[in-house]
Design a protein around this ligand. Sequence first.
Ligand code: KIV
Ligand code: ZN
Length: 505
Amino acid sequence: MPDKIIIFDTTLRDAEQTPGAALNGTEKFEIAKHLAQLNVDVIEAGFPRSSPSDFEAVQRISNEIEGPEICALSRVIDQDITDAWNAIKGSPKPRIHTFVGTSEIHIKGIMRSDQDTVLKKAIAAVQYARSLCQTVEFSPMDAARTEPQYLYEVVEATIEAGAMIINIPDTVGYAIPSEFGQLITGILKNVTNIDQATISVHCHNDLGLAVANSLEAVKNGARQIECTVNGLGERAGNTSMEEIVMAIKTRGGHFDQVYTEINTKEIVPISRLVSRLMGISVAPNKAIVGSNAFAHSSGIHQDGVIKQRDTFEIIDPEDVGLKESQIILSPRSGRNALRHRLDVLGYQIEGEQLDKIYDRFLVVAEKKKEVHDADLDAIMSDEVRSIPETYIFEYIQVLSGTRISATTTVGLQNQGKIIEKSTAGEGPVDTAYKAIDLITNLPLKLVDYNIKSVTEGKDAIGEVTIKVQNGAHLVTGYGASTDVIEASARAYVDVVNKVIYQNSR
Ligand code: KIV
Ligand code: ZN
């Protein structure tokens, strides 16, 4: 039977220590509600002794959140433990987590103490915590740099004192996976009463190894992982909750001895909530929750994912709460990716028409680098005409400036032949329209000219809508391009074709 991995979330305690990430009580409560929906097993809600506001936040979460155990942190100091207990005692499942540094560098450098004194304090703290609360967790801080024999001694003594969960922190993110795995094996072999406790791990990410170290610890017998949403935490952060959970789920064959009960569809929603409330954006390439984690840009990858998702995706985006994979249309996208996106937008395009639209798409993609749905809609409105096209726009060249009058050359195709005309005059749009008049011999009276940008940015597609008077009728023309003069000319050619069609009927 596989064992459950207890997911101990410390977003509200360790991640809240991230510089600039402090939360108010309402924000902490909001995150706690979502952590309960995510179905984490334990919420470390805060460090009540650190401030009255943290005390209140932990107390509210304990009183109102149902489901997970609610844990509060304390040093091995009686007043800390009393405050932790007073803050969590309203929870149906309270847990006190008490810690003290056990490495030589912490004992000497911070506490100016010795191993014996620290051991006695740890035992006394666990005993006092157990006199208040059924579930007590103990952490020998900086365990990864603690002398192993002393670590075994502390762990054995604190289990004896009543700790049911022994958390092994790699406080400064110094361990490497094989070494950290051996540390867990060493504890299992050398601590005689270890069967009375659950081994937990708490890894920091200073070398980018927090997730790897936690997984290696699981392979070697750890059954609780302390982690945070988006991997936030002191310095380079903690083990990322979403990476751990999805690694165990995705590589179920490799981790066949364990499972988690996390509701993975809540992963992306909680990632976004934490990012927004803490004001720390998620890197686009962050595994699982980054904006590019399910985005495909290269033509080969796009083609593969459209044909069969798992060719380039190991996780179904729906499993983590996303609607679908994202195909980023760029100059590298092929016809298949364009046709797929147009299909999603409701345009069924094939054959020669697809070739033509693909050519226009490439022109826009080269300029803008990324093509959005609104750009495609603009191209399609411009390209897919409901009436026969007597004249087809081919090209435009403009010479214009503040000190010279504009000269514009336009080329239109008519019955397979290109006809080119140039005019000089007031401005590029006016001269473009006059050049088109020369080609079509159909001077039109412009009554309205409107221009707007479809998307944001200086390379956005511009949409031009114009109206001309044709007898008793007003005829509307539409053109779109990243070049507004070209969009204007296209709109005029559109209107010319409509007028010719109208007159012929
Ligand atoms: O990193 C650490 O060692 C901690 C302890 C309080 C568990 O956060
Ligand atoms: Zn920590």
